[in-house]
Write a protein that binds this ligand. Structure first.
Ligand SMILES: Cc1cc2nc3c(=O)[nH]c(=O)nc-3n(C[C@H](O)[C@H](O)[C@H](O)COP(=O)(O)OP(=O)(O)OC[C@H]3O[C@@H](n4cnc5c(N)ncnc54)[C@H](O)[C@@H]3O)c2cc1C
Length: 392
């Protein structure tokens, strides 16, 4: 193959757009994934387990990856761009690892950090930042996903206490969590509750038979007369604004993370195409293969520029939720397109877990759906462009 002047892993020289600290965060997370995740992930995925989840959480805590972009309480206080790069590297290993970190930091910890009382922050955040306590975030219900305003889970006052009844579905980290942030309907609108998972009446059966995100714990939350003290409610927010503010944080991480999965697929396809010969020459030499690789590289790098733009806006405090929708919609949609195209380049090997491509492609099916489906983000953007809400 003629020598290219470009680095195929960074053809546009985007590394020049990051400062030394940002690159250091990226390299730390990349090295941790190479050491702790990549040697095992295909096996974990095939078994449908994340067997060392508690140990992994503690290690992620020790490298500062949990609640990374939050200030104080043992959190790293990193920038949004640093957090984004960490998400990208984690998801280049597996979307399940990035989900663990996103749910812990952007959903459970962010909810307590942003909307909790000082006592709640002191009680939960240091242990969560260290990975000693795993958190989950219960918003989705069996009958209410895209439309959480219709949720049925209820919190009723009994004297000073709250009593929660209901069910949540598809909850990442649920069965391994020590604390659950649960959203429930009250007489004053939707409120968030910090629920220690050893509270009587709380259980979290794991969801099995997943064809996607298999190296991730996904659970149902069952709440049957879960009695909590008054201080368990998040005091600073009521209404959907509470959970939506958390989702906005997690979606931001996905804008970057999905590109990690895409990068892994592109790299696997590029290497494979150079080594695989058909009709007497490497398949990389065929124009149709090159068109695929060129288009994949184009979309990956456009996505990176979009992620970086949104990250700089988040660090400047000017990022709007609708702008996050542009990033989530585009980057996950393009990432899954890259994964599917990469799979074709690998031919039959594309369906084997000996290569990362099928695993990423399957994972991205979940990423396409959670944190707002493609259609929901189209509707958010549509509303921003027209002033018309088309959700109902
Ligand atoms: C692996 C995994 C992990 C998850 N982790 C969590 C978690 O930790 N916490 C949590 O709370 N949730 C979690 N979720 C749930 C996720 O957020 C929901 O699946 C998602 O919000 C979609 O809800 P739904 O599955 O009920 O689909 P539905 O809302 O039933 O949607 C089904 C289809 O209808 C479309 N649709 C719905 N309404 C409209 C409309 N108005 N216009 C056009 N199309 C529409 C949707 O876009 C979608 O294509 C997870 C999901 C998965 C798969």
């Amino acid at each position: 193959m003629p020598k290219s002047a470009l680095d195929p892993r960074d053809p546009l020289g985007l590394d020049d757009l990051f400062d030394a600290e940002e690159l250091a965060v990226r390299d730390t997370v990349r090295a941790w994934c190479a050491d702790r995740v990549l040697p095992h992930i295909a096996d974990w995925y095939e078994r449908g387990e994340l067997p060392e989840v508690r140990e992994l959480a503690r290690e992620l805590g020790s490298i500062g990856a949990l609640g990374m972009h939050l200030e104080g309480y043992g959190c790293a206080g990193a920038s949004a761009v640093q957090y984004g790069l960490a998400c990208l590297e984690l998801e280049a290993a597996d979307s399940g690892l990035r989900s663990l970190v996103s749910v812990q930091g952007s959903l459970a910890m962010y909810a307590i950090h942003r909307w909790g009382s000082e006592e709640q922050r002191q009680q939960w955040l240091p242990g969560m930042a260290a990975g000693e306590t795993i958190g989950c975030f219960g918003l989705t219900e069996p009958d209410h996903g895209s439309d959480p305003a219709s949720m049925r889970t209820r919190a009723k006052r009994e004297g000073a206490d709250w009593v929660l009844d209901g069910r949540k579905m598809w909850i990442t980290n649920g069965s391994v969590a020590g604390v659950a942030v649960v959203w429930a309907r009250t007489d004053d609108g939707i409120r968030g509750f910090v629920v220690p998972t050893d509270t009587p009446g709380f259980s979290a059966p794991e969801i099995k038979h997943k064809g996607s995100l298999r190296a991730s714990v996904t659970s149902e939350l069952v709440l049957e007369g879960v009695r909590l003290p008054a201080a368990a409610a998040l005091p600073e927010v009521s209404g959907l604004k509470g959970p939506l503010s958390c989702l906005n944080q997690a979606r931001y991480g996905i804008v970057w993370g999905a590109l990690g999965a895409a990068r892994s697929c592109l790299e696997a396809a590029r290497e494979y195409s150079i080594g695989r010969e058909q009709f007497g020459r490497p398949i990389a030499g065929f124009q149709l293969t090159q068109a695929k690789l060129a288009d994949m590289s184009l979309e990956l790098n456009k996505g990176l520029l979009l992620a970086l733009h949104l990250g700089r806006r988040m660090d400047a405090g000017t990022l709007r939720p609708e702008q996050v929708s542009y990033g989530k919609l585009n980057n996950v949609r393009e990432a899954i397109g890259i994964a599917r195209t990469a799979r074709t380049i690998l031919g039959a090997n594309g369906i084997s877990y000996d290569y990362p491509v099928m695993r990423h492609a399957n994972n991205l099916e979940s990423v396409l759906t959670y944190e707002g489906t493609v259609e929901m983000h189209q509707l958010v953007i549509g509303q921003a462009l027209t002033g018309q809400a088309a959700f109902r």
